[in-house]
Write a protein that binds this ligand. Structure first.
Ligand code: CO8
Length: 263
């Protein structure tokens, strides 16, 4: 796959099976705008199709994961511009179109759309000193890429309401304490390294099983427990049609390491 030649992102393979996407718009603290999302969506779709890749890490710089949507680009938009183009619909593609796990490694600022993008990932890792927040209220707007929904599901209504109505920032350490982030690390380097290590671990498992696991966990966000458990059981039944179920269980019984066929 052709994964070079982007202007606002860099793609690399730091370890076998791991696709690393790094935002590269340093002068604007990785402020998000449509040209960046075109590249991000293109890269994620290619990584999703790439048989060599098992999981993706999304990161920014030590200073900023992303300081939000580009305010200078947005400031003169009218209602009909925003509604007519379905502004930022494109920005949420990661949350629905990508079937492989995505881990966000959040260092520095993750504000507004940057925080929302970090929350769209399947797993969020942070450094303790990261600065997250939904400051849209200070600009006379509200979160527009799922912040009001994902933050509320993760931390509960009262805290989400407080954060969104005050626009107060919160730290990586708090994100971890509240369960928004899966892990908090002392330094940005450790955060990125931790995300890459977890992605490598995920990439070592059956692609089929990983895809199914992500699918069923995501269902829990939309379904009630009873329907969710039934949905999970049907997908679980389906696993017995995969080669990897036979390979994984035979390897266990033989005390060997499984050699997945991803089939
Ligand atoms: N948009 C445009 N430019 C930005 C943004 C931004 N969000 N954030 C920073 N920049 C630019 C600055 O204008 C500055 O440019 P220049 O050098 O040309 O003046 C450069 O980046 C460096 O920034 P600062 O000099 O301000 O750096 P500081 O270290 O002093 O401050 C802060 C860092 C605190 C992060 C500060 O830049 C700031 O407050 N930024 C705005 C944060 C914000 O309000 N973000 C929310 C934006 S609204 C939003 O995201 C709506 C979401 C809609 C959906 C999104 C879907 C994904």
């Amino acid at each position: 796959t052709e994964l070079s030649g982007y202007e606002y992102i860099n793609i690399s393979t730091p370890r076998p099976g791991v696709g690393l996407v790094t935002f590269n718009r340093p002068r604007a603290l990785n402020a998000l705008f449509t040209p960046l999302f075109r590249e991000l969506n293109d890269a994620l779709r290619k990584l999703d199709k790439d048989a060599e890749v098992g999981a993706v890490v999304l990161t920014g710089s030590e200073k900023a994961f992303a300081a939000g949507a580009d305010i200078k680009e947005m400031k003169d938009k009218t209602f009909s511009d925003a509604y007519g183009d379905d502004f930022i619909e494109l920005w949420s593609e990661m949350a629905s179109a990508i079937k492989k796990p995505v881990i966000s490694a959040v260092n520095g600022y993750a504000l507004g759309g940057g925080c929302e993008l970090a929350m769209m990932a399947d797993i969020m890792y942070v450094s303790m000193g990261a600065t997250l927040g939904q400051p849209e209220i200070k600009l006379g707007i509200i979160p527009g890429a799922g912040g009001s929904q994902r933050l509320t599901k993760a931390v509960g209504k009262s805290k989400a309401m407080e954060l969104i109505l005050t626009g107060n920032n919160f730290s990586g350490k708090e994100a971890e304490q509240w369960g928004l982030a899966a892990k908090a690390f002392q330094t940005p380097e450790e955060c990125l390294e931790g995300a890459i290590t977890t992605a490598e671990r995920i990439a070592s498992y059956s692609r089929i099983a990983v895809k199914a696991a992500k699918e069923v966990v995501n269902k829990s966000q939309d379904l009630g427990v009873r329907e969710g458990v039934e949905y999970e059981r049907r997908v679980f039944h389906g696993m017995f049609g995969s080669k990897d179920q036979k390979i994984g269980m035979a390897a266990f019984a033989a005390k060997q390491k499984p050699e997945w066929e991803n089939a």
